[in-house]
Design a binder for this molecule. Structure first.
Ligand SMILES: [Zn+2]
Length: 446
């Protein structure tokens, strides 16, 4: 059973964008470099505002230890900070700040982490397609109910996925992943039991996502399947078997029952070809509509042009960062939902690569905190704009001006930053300016 394409990706020619570079999408090529730099800078400023809001949602004055996002890009790693900019004025950054490495609730760290995760997936897809392989995109979900708490939905969903991966049907169709067999052999510990699949899989990368819509939370996974070819898509029998066995696993885990079976058979599992995979990976972690000023109202009224945030049934669903933005705009329910999301997803992995697959493509295995940390590698030469002492930094925090600071440094350099610092004492202080010096992650002092 195949589900008909519903999104804009159906217009893509088969394989046209497989392995496409993140930097070569059509929308970007129509803009000048100056406009692209300005957009990036604007996005950074919005991310700082959203991060500040996430910090205020998670900050608990009675807690001894705060959520790690609370100290992110506030606390100093030493006793001063340095502002850098690229000599071509394309970007500026602040060095000497703590990064929290929370991919789920920190918009600043999320941008860095998802960028790195997307690049890794693109490298693997490009290498696989060059070697003659095919990548499919599989989406797993379940019928969601308004009253199902997110933590319960997530644990049952994980149980269903586990049950399914161990089912006879799954093992017979995909077999033992070829990368894991190779990995075990190169380590001198060959696997004891190997199943040869009808449609052998090299390995897969699974990403966990969640949206919130009129029927409550909607956890789902997208999985890039590294296959030898696309022949699975031509086997109706094999796909029907996978769909049916996934429904059995959902019912086993308590997510659905026989009364919903027709709906589940139609919507709970979707497998598509390579062009969808490339499109999905190219968009991974990106929320352009969010950063270009789209609000939920725009989303609902311009529903047809916004396929990216629709589920397979066509209902509107908000991403967690859209909930955060709605909360920033005054929606209390959205704020409570964002907190529930953050608490339930803390510690969960964003991407799961099957055993041996990163080695198969010779990719590094870095964790989120490494990816969020400042990178010493820069493509364009940087110059120091200015060093700020702790008191100057406190003023920036009090006036919530981190985004403005970066923008001033990028465009006007040292003079513009000094001008901004001169104005800040006269701007109404919106925040306490709390931060700490020489503090490791997660520690907060007032
Ligand atoms: Zn962070």
């Amino acid at each position: 059973m195949m589900i008909e394409p519903t999104s804009a990706t159906s217009k893509l020619a088969p394989h046209a964008s497989l392995g496409i570079s993140a930097k070569s999408s059509n929308a970007k090529s129509l803009k000048s470099q100056t406009e692209i730099d300005a957009d990036k800078s604007k996005n950074k400023k919005i991310r700082y505002e959203l991060q500040r809001h996430s910090q205020s949602l998670f900050y608990d004055r009675n807690a001894i230890k705060q959520h790690r996002v609370c100290s992110c890009h506030r606390n100093l790693t030493g006793d001063s900070i340095a502002i850098f900019r690229k000599v071509d004025q394309s970007e500026a950054r602040i060095a000497g700040l703590v990064s929290c490495g929370s991919a789920w609730v920190c918009p600043i760290c999320n941008a860095k982490i998802t960028e790195a995760r997307r690049e890794q997936m693109q490298q693997a897809i490009t290498a696989h397609s060059k070697a003659g392989g095919s990548c499919l995109l599989m989406t797993n979900t379940f019928p969601h109910e308004i009253d199902l708490p997110l933590d319960e939905g997530l644990s049952k969903f994980a149980m269903a996925l586990d049950h399914w991966k161990n089912s006879r049907t799954y093992k017979r169709i995909f077999g033992t992943s070829l990368a894991s067999i190779q990995y075990a052999e190169t380590r001198g510990k060959p696997l004891k039991k190997v199943t040869k699949g009808e449609f052998p899989i090299v390995g897969s990368v699974r990403s966990l996502e969640v949206t919130h819509g009129s029927n409550g939370w909607h956890p789902h996974t997208h999985q890039v399947l590294f296959m030898q070819d696309e022949s699975l898509l031509n086997s109706r029998r094999a796909i029907d078997e996978l769909v049916e066995s996934w429904c059995v696993s959902l019912i086993h885990a308590g997510l659905g029952d026989n009364s919903k079976l027709n709906d589940m058979l139609t919507h709970a599992l979707d497998i598509r070809g390579g062009d969808y995979t490339a499109d999905y990976v190219n968009k991974f972690g990106r929320e352009p509509e969010l950063y270009n000023g789209w609000t939920i109202a725009h989303e609902t009224t311009k529903a047809n042009s916004k396929a990216g945030f629709r589920n397979l049934n066509g209902d509107f669903h908000a991403t967690p960062f859209q909930l955060l933005k709605m909360s920033l705009e005054g929606d209390e329910k959205a704020g409570a939902l964002f907190l529930e999301f953050g608490r339930c997803f803390e510690g969960k992995r964003m991407n799961y690569w099957t055993n041996g697959l990163k080695d198969f493509f010779s990719l590094n295995d870095l964790d989120d905190e490494d990816l969020a940390a400042e990178s010493a590698e820069v493509e364009v030469e940087e110059e120091v704009v200015l060093y700020l002492n702790a008191e100057e930094w406190r003023l920036v925090l009090k006036t919530n001006a981190r985004g403005e600071l970066i923008e001033a440094a990028r465009i006007g350099g040292k003079d513009a930053v000094m001008e901004l610092l001169d104005i800040l004492p006269y701007i109404k202080h919106s925040h306490s300016g709390a931060y700490s010096v020489n503090r490791p992650k997660g520690q907060w002092v007032n």
